[in-house]
Structures are given as structure tokens and as C-alpha cells.
Design a protein around this ligand. Structure first.
Ligand SMILES: Cc1cc2nc3c(=O)[nH]c(=O)nc-3n(C[C@H](O)[C@H](O)[C@H](O)COP(=O)(O)O)c2cc1C
Length: 264
């Protein structure tokens, strides 16, 4: 048993010949600005007809894509609905709720867990384009470990084997318990997509616009409209626009922090 020697402890950032990236973001410091931004984001259900400039929407989407995500596999998609006919159908699928019906922008945020294999290959191909040598640990991670952990087989045929392996070997050492099913793979993709959604909403707020995340929709209808496969998971639909009078349904409510924050 040697928990110290595993893929995580062996991995490092030695992209030899180029360590400039080590300083990325290190000098940023704006706690007050961040606090104001987080406090300013509210779920707004009514928007004016004022359009959000195109470049701002695109920038907010770019910022969404910078969210942390599982193994950097980016198994997500964001559908900005510009086509009016499609928009009407999506609004209908959102039960015509005001947050969708009055939004000048509708973005359908989708987790695509099944794309892990394609994106793993894309990452390996990307490494080949770098002018510097890719650390061996990174190559091993994407070429061996990810396929080993993520492969669940057709109709989850490997699930019992993986479950048994984890439960027996897990008695003696640390093992990756999930994912062992396609559902587990999708959960991973959903987590990452949700983080991107928060980036998206904060980005809109930072530009002076508001949003409402929605899970009140008929997912089968939305998928049909967008031509998405059954396996795709619609994480939320984000409506955005300029806040209208009465757009907030009430003051912010949060239960006591002691209920949620546990210091151990
Ligand atoms: C995943 C998710 C789904 C939501 N779905 C809806 C929705 O369908 N319709 C709606 O009006 N608000 C929806 N909301 C907004 C929540 O009601 C709102 O975030 C919550 O009441 C807290 O308010 P706040 O966002 O202003 O802090 C959703 C929020 C999340 C995170």
C-alpha cells in the first residue's frame, strides 16, 4: 500500500521550456469587487425589451467556457437561441414562464458526458501541437487513466466488475469510486456545466445585465427542438436581459449559514 505514489502525486506542471503560465492569474486581487458582483446577481424573472449587445453576450459565453471542469474535458455545450421560431418553441417548453418569455437572450446549457472519449483524443492531439514537450504524466493521464476510469462498456456492462474491484481493492487503498456507470459520467459533466452556468450569470451581471437560471422546462421537447441526443442532459436554461420593473419577485432569502457550513 503506497498512497503517495499515484497519478495525482506524480503529475506536475513541467512543460519544459515554458513556465510563463505559472504566473497566470496570480496577481489578481479584488475581493470587494467579487463580493459586490456575487451579491448583485439575483434571479430576475422579467426583462425589458432592451437587447444585450452581441459582443457582450459572446464575451459572457467565452467567460462561461473558462469555468473549471472535470479533467478539462469540457463536456458541455451552450446553445444561444437567436432564431425566433426556435426561441418560441423553447419558451413554450419552459412552460412560457416569464423569465424565458421576456428574456432577450436564451442560452440552453447542456452536459454532454458521452463526449469524454472524443475530447480526450482532442486533448492528446492538442498536446502534439505544443512547441514544448508535454509532461509524461499528462500524456499518461489522458491516454491511459481517463480511458480506464471512464470506460463503462456498452449498456454499463463493466459496472459490476468496476463495483467489485472498487469495493475489494478499496478496502486496502484509495480507489476512484466513480464513475462506474453512464449516469456517473453524466453527473461529472453536469457538475462542470453548472459551474460554467454560474460563470455565465456572473459575467452578465458584471456587464449590467441580469439572468434567471431555469430548470422548469420539458427536457424532451427542448432536446427535440435542438436536435440533441437522448443522452444529453440539459443542465439549465439561462434567460438574460435588462432587468424590468418587478423583475425581482422578493428579497434574497438564505437559511442560517450554520445549517450549511460545517467546520470540522
Ligand atoms: C438549477 C436551477 C434551476 C432554477 N429554475 C428556475 C426556474 O425554472 N424558474 C425560476 O423562476 N427560477 C428558477 N431558479 C432560480 C431560483 O429560484 C433562485 O436561484 C433562488 O430562488 C434563489 O434566488 P437568487 O438566485 O435571486 O439568489 C433556478 C435556479 C437554479 C440554480
Amino acid at each position: 500500500m503506497n498512497d503517495k505514489k499515484n497519478v495525482f502525486t506524480q503529475m506536475n506542471g513541467e512543460f519544459s521550456g515554458n513556465d510563463q503560465f505559472q504566473k497566470e492569474g496570480a496577481d489578481f486581487f479584488n475581493p470587494e469587487g467579487f463580493k459586490q458582483l456575487v451579491n448583485a446577481r439575483r434571479s430576475v424573472r422579467k426583462f425589458t425589451t432592451e437587447k444585450i449587445p452581441d459582443h457582450i453576450v459572446e464575451e459572457c459565453l467565452d467567460l462561461a467556457l473558462l469555468a473549471p471542469n472535470s479533467s478539462n474535458l469540457q463536456t458541455w455545450e451552450f446553445y444561444r437561441i437567436k432564431n425566433e421560431v426556435i426561441k418560441k418553441r423553447i419558451v413554450y417548453a419552459c412552460f412560457s414562464q416569464p423569465a424565458a418569455a421576456t428574456a432577450t437572450e436564451l442560452i440552453v446549457c447542456v452536459a454532454r458526458g458521452e463526449l469524454w472519449r472524443v475530447h480526450t483524443k482532442q486533448m492528446l492531439d492538442f498536446f502534439k501541437t505544443l512547441p514544448v514537450e508535454t509532461p509524461k504524466s499528462a500524456l499518461l493521464y489522458y491516454s491511459k487513466l481517463i480511458p480506464l476510469v471512464y470506460t463503462v462498456g456498452f449498456l454499463n456492462i463493466l459496472t459490476p466488475v468496476k463495483w467489485l474491484f472498487n469495493n475489494i481493492v478499496g478496502l486496502f487503498r484509495v480507489v476512484p469510486r466513480e464513475p462506474i456507470t453512464t449516469f456517473g459520467l453524466d453527473v461529472r459533466a453536469i457538475k462542470s456545466c453548472a459551474l460554467a452556468c454560474e460563470n455565465l450569470m456572473l459575467a452578465f451581471r458584471a456587464h449590467g445585465y441580469d439572468t434567471c437560471p431555469m430548470e422548469g422546462f420539458d427536457s424532451a421537447r427542448v432536446k427535440r427542438v435542438l436536435g440533441l441526443p437522448r443522452r444529453a442532459k440539459i443542465v439549465m436554461i439561462v434567460g438574460a436581459g435588462k432587468r424590468a420593473e418587478g423583475g425581482l419577485y422578493g428579497p434574497r432569502v438564505r437559511f442560517p449559514r450554520e445549517q450549511f457550513v460545517k467546520t470540522i
